[in-house]
Write a protein that binds this ligand. Structure first.
Ligand SMILES: Cc1ncc(C[n+]2csc(CCOP(=O)(O)OP(=O)(O)O)c2C)c(N)n1
Ligand SMILES: [Mg+2]
Length: 335
C-alpha cells in the first residue's frame, strides 16, 4: 500500500532548517562564488531569508512583467504565478540544481527564478532581446537554461520528463515536472504515470492545484480526487495544503530523496492559490473567491519571519530595475 501523507498548515513539526539569522543582501556583493552559484541570488543567506528573497524576487519580477505587458513591451502573452511563489521555491530548493532536470509549464517564471536567479536573462527573453536566456526567441514558454526547460502545451511535458528521468537515471538525476489542476484531463499525464511506474523512472510529478484553469473552475474540469490519482499506478503520493515554503521544501526534499534513492516516481500535490489573472485582465472569479485567494498570499507570513525583509525587498527591487533597463537597452532578436 502506498503512503498517502496529507499534511495541512500546522500539522508539520517545527522546521529542521538552520538558524534564521539574516545576512544582509549587501554581504552578497563580496562573495567569491563561482558564477553559477552567484547567480542564485541569496545563495549564502540562511534558509528562511533565502527562500523569502527568492519569493519576493519572483513577485517583483512578475508584477513588473504585468506592467511591461500593459505597456506593450512584451512579446506573446504572460502567465504570472503571483500567490504560488512558495511552491516554486519550496520544490526547486529541494533539488540538486547541477544534476536534476526541471520541466515547467506556461506558468514557469517562479520555477525558473528559483532555479537560476537569472532575472536579467528572463526579462530580456520575454522582451524579445538578444540577451535573453534563449536569445529572445523562445519567450517564457520555451525556456532552456542548464537543466531547466519550459513548454506551454498542457500535459505535453509529462512524457518528456519521464524520458529525461530514464535517460539520466544512471547519473542519479531526478526529473521534476510541474502540472496544474486543469491539466488533469490530458491523457498524456496518465500514460506518463503508467510508464514512469512500469519503467521505474525517477520523476517527481508536482501538481499545483489553484482550483482554476484559465477561467474554468476545477469542479468543471476535474472528476474525482487529484491527490488520489497516482496511487492506482503504484506511485507514492505526498500532499500539502498550505503556503509555507519551508514546509513545502521539507516535503519536497522527502519526495525527491525517495525518488532518487528508490528510482521510482512520486506524486506531490500542492494546494495553492493563483492571486493574479490567468494571463492579463482575464480574471472572472467572483470577488469573494479572489479575497479567499489573497488571504493565502505566502508573502506576508514570511515577512513576519524575516527581520530585515525591507532590505531584501530593496535589493530585489533594484535587481529588477537593473534587469529591465539592461533588457530595454539590448538589441531586438531577429528571425
Ligand atoms: C493542450 C493545451 N490546451 C490548451 C491550452 C491553453 N491553456 C494554457 S494554460 C491553460 C489552463 C491551465 O490550467 P492549469 O493546468 O490548472 O494550470 P494553471 O494555469 O492554473 O497554472 C489552458 C487551457 C494549452 N496551453 N495546451
Ligand atoms: Mg490551475
Amino acid at each position: 500500500m502506498n503512503e498517502l501523507a496529507i499534511r495541512k498548515d500546522g500539522d508539520i513539526p517545527a522546521s529542521s532548517f538552520g538558524e534564521l539569522k539574516l545576512v544582509p543582501p549587501s554581504a552578497l556583493q563580496n562573495l567569491t562564488l563561482p558564477q553559477a552559484e552567484r547567480t542564485l541570488l541569496g545563495f549564502e543567506l540562511p534558509t528562511v531569508a533565502r527562500l523569502y528573497q527568492q519569493m519576493i524576487l519572483i513577485r517583483l519580477v512578475e508584477e513588473r512583467l504585468l506592467e511591461l505587458f500593459s505597456q506593450g513591451l512584451l512579446f506573446g502573452t504572460t502567465h504570472t504565478s503571483i500567490g504560488q511563489e512558495a511552491n516554486a521555491v519550496g520544490v526547486i530548493n529541494a533539488l540538486d540544481r547541477d544534476r536534476d532536470i526541471v520541466w515547467s509549464n506556461h506558468r514557469c517564471h517562479g520555477h525558473f527564478i528559483a532555479y537560476s536567479g537569472e532575472v536579467e536573462g528572463l526579462i530580456a527573453e520575454i522582451m524579445g532581446r538578444v540577451t535573453g536566456i534563449c536569445g529572445g526567441r523562445g519567450g517564457s514558454q520555451h525556456l532552456c537554461f542548464r537543466n531547466f526547460h519550459s513548454n506551454g502545451i498542457q500535459g505535453g511535458i509529462a512524457p518528456v520528463a519521464v524520458g529525461c528521468a530514464l535517460a539520466r537515471k544512471d547519473e542519479g538525476a531526478v526529473a521534476v515536472v510541474f502540472l496544474g489542476d486543469g491539466t488533469m484531463g490530458e491523457g498524456a499525464v496518465y500514460e506518463s504515470l503508467n510508464l514512469a511506474s512500469v519503467f521505474g523512472a525517477p520523476v517527481l510529478f508536482v501538481v499545483e492545484d489553484n482550483e482554476i484553469a484559465q477561467t474554468t473552475p476545477k469542479n468543471l474540469t476535474v472528476s474525482g480526487s487529484i491527490i488520489a490519482r497516482a496511487e492506482p499506478f503504484g506511485i507514492r503520493t505526498f500532499a500539502y495544503d498550505g503556503n509555507d515554503p519551508v514546509e513545502i521544501c521539507e516535503l519536497a526534499q522527502e519526495a525527491v530523496g525517495y525518488v532518487r534513492a528508490e528510482g521510482r516516481p512520486c506524486w506531490l500535490y500542492l494546494r495553492t492559490e493563483r492571486i493574479g489573472p490567468h494571463s492579463k485582465g482575464d480574471d472572472t472569479r467572483p470577488a469573494l473567491r479572489l479575497e479567499q485567494a489573497r488571504a493565502r498570499d505566502p508573502i506576508p507570513p514570511m515577512r513576519q519571519r524575516v527581520a530585515d525583509f525591507e532590505e531584501i525587498d530593496a535589493f530585489c527591487r533594484s535587481t529588477v530595475d537593473r534587469a529591465v533597463e539592461s533588457a530595454a537597452a539590448a538589441a531586438m532578436a531577429r528571425g
